[in-house]
Design a protein around this ligand. Structure first.
Ligand SMILES: Cc1cc2nc3c(=O)[nH]c(=O)nc-3n(C[C@H](O)[C@H](O)[C@H](O)COP(=O)(O)OP(=O)(O)OC[C@H]3O[C@@H](n4cnc5c(N)ncnc54)[C@H](O)[C@@H]3O)c2cc1C
Length: 384
């Protein structure tokens, strides 16, 4: 461990590792402190829906070509159960090779770490950060490695710990859990992702290799019941819940669940400190926006640092960090608003809202500019 680095990144998950790679060609020294002892063990066993915009970032870092487990999303089919109206976003209409991709979190994490091991950034594993304090022109980072505490200094501490740390964040419970699983179906996916809204919460099927990654949201009790169900009963329940668009559900594997919350920091910067990725905001997975937003945090922070040239004095300064925060505000704020609104508008059985939703979906389907605006927003973020 180095006692001083220009930049310390707390957390080597996909967002922290992306930032470290994006900084590899700057004149600043970068140290990543990662709590995991063994980087081959990913934090989560889950798929991630990446937008086409995220692919462009990963391509620039040379990571995209390293991923083998990638399924393209060519269309997104949006509907609501028990209500009229549906809409479809398509890659052809957006003139893109795909709207997004489904990738494996573990494979992406490993590819980023393999690239980092060849870069000039230093990665320290088994290093758990306990606190960060401001100290006259520096941040002081308290870290424990194999039970040995030590104190490091840096011009800029970037917290990318996925929200595990002490940062103050606004928390809003949804009283919903997400059940994740892999399913196979009677009909092939043909690159189509399905987003279906039901009064109990959204259900998403993302094309993943030969089957689908399932994200089924419901009350905590309902999700507990679904987790405990025998396979055939579960597949029938899913068919009843989702409908007939992909025919019968044939198999299910790897059922697991998460409580869903919205958490975000109102202030993502402090003296010599900045929060990015899930440490700054944890979103409901309804529109698969969380990691894409975190990746844009990392990419834009790297650009803000690059603009400093060799000026170490400016690194972590109040003016630099406040400029970064205001630059990110629209993208972050609108992603939080959009995701939260979707959950609130669509997860209920209110008759007036139901008709409003039908009209909204029909308008989306028959008014291409609205569709185009939503698709661009999801793919590239608020700054387009
Ligand atoms: C059910 C579900 C489905 C999702 N699906 C999608 C999706 O389809 N698309 C999408 O874009 N997003 C999705 N997300 C969100 C996505 O998983 C997160 O946005 C992403 O994992 C955030 O990456 P991160 O690097 O910020 O944090 P993490 O992936 O949590 O990584 C944080 C890292 O920090 C390390 N760490 C933690 N504490 C410390 C410490 N004190 N000191 C040192 N290191 C530490 C951890 O070991 C870890 O390596 C989903 C989330 C959920 C819950």
């Amino acid at each position: 461990m180095q006692s001083h680095s220009d930049i310390i990144i707390v957390g080597g998950g996909p967002v922290g590792a992306t930032l470290a790679l994006a900084l590899a060609d700057t004149p600043f020294s970068v140290q990543v402190l990662e709590a995991r002892e063994d980087l081959s063990r990913a934090v989560y066993k889950r798929t991630l829906a990446l937008s086409y915009g995220s692919r462009l970032i990963l391509e620039r870092l040379g990571i995209w070509a390293q991923l083998s487990d990638v399924t393209a999303i060519n269309n997104i089919h949006i509907s609501q159960r028990g209500g009229l109206g549906m809409s479809q976003l398509t890659a052809t209409e957006e003139n893109l090779p795909a709207l997004g991709y489904v990738v494996d979190y573990g494979e992406l994490d490993s590819a980023l770490h393999a690239a980092l091991s060849k870069s000039k950034a230093s990665v320290v594993t088994g290093a758990r950060v306990n606190s960060i304090r401001n100290s006259a022109g520096y941040a002081q980072v308290q870290v424990t490695q194999t039970d040995v505490p030590c104190s490091l200094t840096t011009r800029l501490a970037v917290v990318a710990d996925g929200g595990a740390g002490q940062a103050q964040r606004v928390t809003q419970e949804y009283d919903q859990h997400a059940l994740l699983a892999t399913v196979t179906t009677e009909l092939p996916h043909n690159g189509c992702a399905y987003e279906r809204f039901t009064p109990e919460g959204p259900v998403a099927l993302l094309p993943n290799q030969q089957g689908f990654a399932l994200v089924w949201t419901g009350t905590p009790d309902r999700v507990a019941e679904l987790l405990a169900m025998p396979e055939d009963e579960f597949l029938t329940a899913l068919h009843t819940h989702f409908g007939d668009r992909v025919g019968q559900f044939l198999t299910v594997t790897g059922r697991t669940s998460f409580p869903l919350v919205l958490r975000y920091a109102q202030d993502t910067v402090a003296s010599h400190q900045v929060l990015i990725g899930n440490a700054a905001q944890t979103l409901h997975p309804v529109a698969g926006q969380g990691f894409n937003l975190g990746l844009r945090d990392a990419w834009e922070l790297a650009q803000a640092i690059r603009e400093l040239g060799t000026n170490k004095e400016a690194l972590g300064s109040r003016s630099m960090l406040q400029a970064f925060q205001s630059q990110r505000r629209t993208d972050t704020g609108s992603s939080i608003f959009f995701t939260d609104l979707l959950v609130r508008l669509f997860s209920n059985d209110h008759p007036i809202l139901k008709h409003g939703r039908s009209l909204g979906l029909m308008a989306l389907q028959y008014f291409p500019p609205a569709r185009h605006m939503i698709a661009r927003r999801m793919i590239f973020g608020a700054r387009g």
